[in-house]
Each structure stands twice: as structure tokens, then as C-alpha cells.
Design a protein around this ligand. Structure first.
Ligand code: GLC
Length: 485
């Protein structure tokens, strides 16, 4: 089985969020299964192109029509092999990069007025590359709106290409909030498909990449079971609820995993002291070291509550804002790392200025500091309004940081509420999107922190969970195979 992934980002080459993490870890996990090959296509952004440490080679180039345009497509390639693990096959993924400086030689990945055109170009260029290359995928697995027009191009423009006739498509929704909307003339001006497709591509009067993919893909998936059912409702679906419901028959929720070799407190060189479930002494040292570096009182009797997040509304920051003073006046140390909306950046800066003993805000994107905080923290706060899957809570648990989460999406599927009586469960949770319910969960957690014995056994339990891709990669494989039965 040859699986081709199409995505707008993927670690280790380029990553702005969880999508990049998934593309960096699911394809290698799949490539370890018997008779399975994984290929990833991403744009050749200048951040990749100008990185001298990457070993990327030129493959070929050609011109491709996109409506009335005739555009240059360059193709580059790299191979990424996983470390040899004790048993089993070594992972190997072939990466292809679609080059076109007009579209991708820019400072950021997204956020331009012509994003629709940039990613329509990218999606079509993948199919065009297959015509030029000796690759015959069985499955093309598209991810999020940026690759949403690929199933359309395949059906509307590549139907006659012999080797693409048997290809099946999967579309995965990582976040339904961003759909890739464009004006009505995008159909003829950019996509260059005929009027018959207008209905399929249109949602509420606009051309919509995500809607197009949902309708045309052979299988639809989202990144957790709970999110798959949530997006049938308007609160979560941002206008696509009825399309999701109509296509429920082909939909599956498969929870994300993380790269457990990368996120491993026993081997992680970025953290101050290494530790493991059976010996947590290193974690206490990590905590003291970080408190010192951040200028917080070095105290082991006060819990560090961490937030590592994009500072945007749907991450639940309005709840934090609402009870910010209550949090700052508790006997906790709230440490926040992240960037995003200026409003929230300023809020955290101000809070840490007024409460230097209990709040510390680092308004930056720093993966090493983030790892040190995962390792040092006692609790990990994630009060998301919606959360398709969420990876941070999985990383936090791996480093023995107990999650405090709202019960939504992947947070429901990965953080079972902790029961103080029986010791069952994994973290502290709250149901309603309400600031005082969140505050209550933080209070319960900080009370629980005093019970060292129970805290240690909960830490040990969550550190030992298998949050790798093993099970979910197999579920994807079953889904791929199911399309050919
Ligand atoms: C998006 C979602 C996040 C998910 C990630 C990877 O970033 O917001 O919940 O974990 O995609 O699927």
C-alpha cells in the first residue's frame, strides 16, 4: 500500500502547529507497517529552501495550467529515515517539495490574500507531479482546507490519467474553523473546472475548499472520536454541520498520537534533568531550575500550572481572562508560553507584571523552553472552547504533568476525569465553558497537589500511557484497506 500525504506543513521541515506534528509522525509510523510506503508532499517554502542543513535534491520541473495561467512547478525531494529501534522495520518517508517562488517564497506560511490560489496551485501540482514521476499511490490522504481541492482536481481534470484511475482519497479535518473560502469566480478564475462542479464547491454562496473535499473524498476523518460527533452541530461546525451529517456514513474519528521517541523525559536532551516514571527525582530538579531561571520563587510546595498554547480565543483564553485575578491570587505559579492575539499577549504581560510571584508569561515561540516547562510543571491547563484533538495534553502526560482540561473533542478522548476516591482517571476536567468551572478544576488540582502519594501515583500512571501512533496508525491502515474492499 502506497500512501501519499498532501499537507501544507510537516515536521521536521516546516511546522506552525499540530498539523505539522501529525505529518511528521503519522507517515513514519505507517511506513513501519508491513508492505507500506509513505510519501509526503508539502510546498517548498523559503524557510525550507533557505535552510542549509537540509539535504534536499532537485528532481524535475515542468509547466502546469491553472485556469488561464501556465505556472512553473519545481519538484524537490528528501528522504527521512527513523532511528533503528530494537525490533521491527525502520521508518522511511519520502518527502517531495513543490517549488514556485511566486507562491511560496514568503515570510509566513499562511495569511495572504491569495492563499486560496497558492494552495489550489499546490494541490494541483501534486497530481501533475504524479503524471511526471514514477509514483503510483493507492491512497492520497489530504489534510485540512489547503488540500481540499485535490479530490476535485482528481475527479474533474485527471479522470483520464490511467495510473490515477484507481486512487482513493481520504480527507482529514484537523480544524473545521478554517475552511478556505473564496468568491464565486474562483471556480473559473483559479480552479479552472467547468460549471458542473459549482454546486459541489459552493457553501453559503462561496467556493469552499473544505466543503468540496468533504463531499468528494472517499473517506472522511477527524482527529478524535468526540470531535467527529461534535462537528455535526452548529456550535462546532462553523456552518458545515449539515454537510458533515450528510457524509457521516463515510466518517471516522481517529485520535492523534505523538512521537514518543522524541517526547521522552528519559532521553530528552533539551530538558535540564532526565527522569522516568520509576524515578521522579529529576522532575523535581527540573522544576527548581526553571523556577530559578524564570525568576519565580523556588518552592517545591507550590504547583506550577503550565500553559503552552497559541494565544487565540478558541484555546479558552477568555476563561483565563475572566478569572485572571483569582488565579493570580492562588498559591500556584501560572507559567504561560505562547504567541498570538495581541489582546491576550498584553493581558498575560500585564498579569505577570502585577503578580511576579505567581504569574510568569513568556510571549514567544520557543520549543526548548516549552519542553523544559512540560518537564518542570505539575499541571497543564488547556481550557479549550473546542479542540479537535490536542497534542499538548499528550506531551504533558508523557512528562508527568497532570492535565486540567475542558471536556471537548480530543480532550474528552484522552483525559478521563480523575476520581479522587478510586484513583481512576488521568486529569482534572470541567464540562461547561465557564470561567468559574475552570477555576474550580484548578482549585481541585491544587488541593490534590498536597497529597504527594496520590500525586506521584497519578504521575506514574500518565507517564506510562501508550500515546504513540501505534494503535491509530493501524486504524488508518484499516480505513485505507476498507476503501478497496
Ligand atoms: C489542529 C487542532 C488540534 C489537533 C491538530 C493536529 O491544530 O486544533 O486539536 O491536535 O490540528 O491534528
Amino acid at each position: 500500500m502506497k500512501i501519499l500525504f498532501a499537507a501544507s506543513e510537516g515536521a521536521p521541515f516546516i511546522k506552525s502547529g499540530g498539523l505539522g506534528d501529525v505529518l511528521g509522525s503519522l507517515p513514519p509510523a505507517l511506513s513501519k507497517l508491513p508492505d507500506t510506503e509513505a510519501i509526503v508532499f508539502v510546498p517548498y517554502y523559503s524557510k525550507i529552501k533557505n535552510n542549509p542543513e537540509l539535504n534536499i535534491e532537485y528532481v524535475t520541473s515542468f509547466y502546469m495550467p491553472l485556469a488561464w495561467r501556465n505556472s512553473y512547478v519545481g519538484l524537490f525531494k528528501a528522504e527521512v529515515k527513523g532511528k533503528a529501534a530494537g525490533r521491527g522495520k525502520r521508518s522511511k518517508v519520502t518527502w517531495y517539495f513543490i517549488d514556485n517562488d511566486d507562491y511560496f517564497a514568503r515570510d509566513s506560511l499562511y495569511g495572504y490574500p491569495d492563499d486560496g490560489e497558492r494552495f489550489a496551485f499546490f494541490s494541483k501540482a501534486i497530481l501533475e507531479s504524479l503524471v511526471h514521476l514514477d509514483i503510483e499511490p493507492d491512497v492520497i490522504h489530504c489534510n485540512d482546507w489547503q488540500t481540499g481541492f485535490l479530490p476535485l482536481f482528481l475527479k474533474a481534470l485527471y479522470g483520464d490519467v490511467e495510473k490515477l484511475k484507481k486512487v482513493r482519497t481520504v480527507f482529514t479535518i484537523h480544524n473545521i474553523e478554517y475552511q478556505g473560502k473564496a468568491d464565486a469566480d474562483f471556480l473559473s478564475e483559479v480552479l479552472g473546472v467547468d460549471e458542473r462542479w459549482r454546486n459541489v464547491c459552493t457553501q453559503d454562496g462561496m467556493i469552499n475548499a473544505m466543503k468540496t473535499a468533504i463531499v468528494l473524498c472517499d473517506r472522511l476523518s477527524t482527529v478524535s472520536r468526540t470531535y467527529a460527533s461534535e462537528i455535526q452541530y452548529a456550535y462546532f461546525a462553523h456552518g458545515l454541520e449539515s454537510i458533515i451529517s450528510e457524509n457521516k456514513y463515510k466518517t471516522l474519528g481517529i485520535v492523534n498520537g505523538i512521537d514518543t521517541a522524541l517526547y521522552n523525559p528519559e532521553k530528552d536532551n533539551t530538558i535540564d534533568f532526565k527522569f522516568k516514571a520509576t524515578d521522579l527525582s529529576g522532575k523535581a530538579k527540573c522544576k527548581a531550575a526553571l523556577q530559578k531561571d524564570l525568576g519565580l520563587p523556588v518552592r517545591d510546595d507550590v504547583p506550577i500550572v503550565a500553559m503552552i498554547t497559541r494565544l487565540v480565543k478558541h484555546k479558552g483564553l477568555e476563561l483565563v481572562e475572566w478569572v485572571a485575578d483569582n488565579l493570580a491570587n492562588m498559591d500556584i505559579q501560572l507559567v504561560v508560553i505562547g504567541t498570538g492575539d495581541e489582546h491576550y499577549e498584553e493581558m498575560f504581560k500585564f498579569l505577570s507584571y502585577v503578580h511576579p510571584e505567581t504569574v510568569c508569561a513568556k510571549i514567544l515561540f520557543d520549543p526548548v523552553l516549552a519542553n523544559r516547562l512540560y518537564a518542570a510543571s505539575d499541571f497543564f491547563l488547556m481550557p479549550s472552547k473546542s479542540e479537535p484533538c490536542g497534542l499538548s495534553q499528550l506531551i504533558a502526560m508523557r512528562y508527568g504533568s497532570v492535565p486540567i482540561v475542558r471536556e471537548t473533542g480530543g480532550l474528552v478522548d484522552t483525559v478521563e476525569p480523575y476520581n479522587i476516591e478510586t484513583g481512576e482517571g488521568r486529569g482534572f476536567t470541567f464540562k461547561v465553558f465557564n470561567a468559574h468551572d475552570m477555576l474550580g478544576a484548578v482549585e481541585r488540582a491544587s488541593e490534590f497537589f498536597k497529597d504527594k502519594k496520590s500525586l506521584d501515583s497519578l504521575r506514574k500512571k500518565i507517564m506510562k500511557l501508550d500515546t504513540s501512533w501505534k494503535e491509530s496508525a493501524q486504524k488508518y491502515m484499516d480505513m485505507y484497506q476498507g476503501m478497496f474492499e
